[in-house]
Design a protein around this ligand. Structure first.
Ligand SMILES: *Cc1c(COP(=O)(O)O)cnc(C)c1O
Length: 230
């Protein structure tokens, strides 16, 4: 099942790139494996997945320990400052930075472990109450502050769009995030690049790619529905 799902997702990514006149090499699929057991991740790995996304520190660390070492791990969920130390030297990128406090902690732990951590700034484009992330207006001031910290490299922006039945409803949010990243890129802030746009999930990745996504984060579309323990 996972193999077939992956084939379907990869074909849709290709089609969306074609439609948008983009090179498919510009778009990387992150397999979002939260709540899923290791054998499921291994199946995706065997099908060629090397980018995995998790939203909980403990789960990421547990899977990191047992999965092959050539995997790139992406922290995509809200991150508490007291847990930063467990992942700074394990993740390829932290997608969910939305405060100077969190960035300072990442900087501190990165310097202790002598690594540079690539991060994205999470933007709550739709202004949803329930979501983490800074507003569109807050993004640049925050980026200017974080850019001064050692051990951190800002690589772009991330958003979680609203849950919608019709992905067209999210097109404008993705276009807005892209525009924001272009605007910030033109400011040429030291230690900041805007090469990465992490946007698009199972329900809306085709539209996200048309609007410029470079990472799409797909869980359900690859691994099936998630069942949360109660
Ligand atoms: C769970 C999650 C995803 C994947 O969601 P699906 O709808 O299952 O594809 C993507 N991004 C983040 C931040 C998530 O928490």
């Amino acid at each position: 099942m996972i193999a077939e799902n992956l084939k379907y997702v990869n074909e849709r990514i290709q089609k969306s790139c074609l439609k948008a006149g983009r090179d498919e090499k510009e778009v990387t699929l992150i397999a979002v494996s939260k709540t899923k057991p290791v054998p499921d991740l291994m199946e995706a790995y065997q099908e060629g997945c090397r980018e995995f996304g998790e939203n909980k520190v403990q789960e990421l660390v547990d899977k990191y320990e047992v999965m092959p070492k050539d995997i790139h791990w992406h922290m995509i969920g809200h991150l508490q400052t007291n847990k930063v130390k467990y992942i700074v030297d394990k993740v390829t990128m932290i997608h969910s930075v939305d405060s100077i406090k969190l960035a300072r902690e990442i900087s501190k732990e990165a310097q202790k472990k002598q690594v540079t951590v690539s991060i994205l700034i999470e933007v709550n484009v739709a202004g949803e109450e329930s979501k983490f992330g800074v507003s569109m207006e807050e993004a640049e001031p925050l980026i200017r502050k974080i850019a001064l910290l050692d051990g951190i490299k800002i690589c772009g922006l991330m958003t979680i769009a609203p849950y919608v039945e019709d992905e067209e409803k999210n097109r404008q949010y993705f276009a807005d995030l892209k525009q924001l990243s272009v605007d910030i890129a033109t400011k040429n802030i030291d230690n900041v690049n805007m090469n990465v746009l992490s946007m698009g999930m199972t329900g809306d990745y085709a539209v996200a790619i048309e609007e410029g996504a470079t990472y799409v984060r797909i869980g359900t579309g690859i691994f099936g529905e998630r069942h949360y323990a109660v």
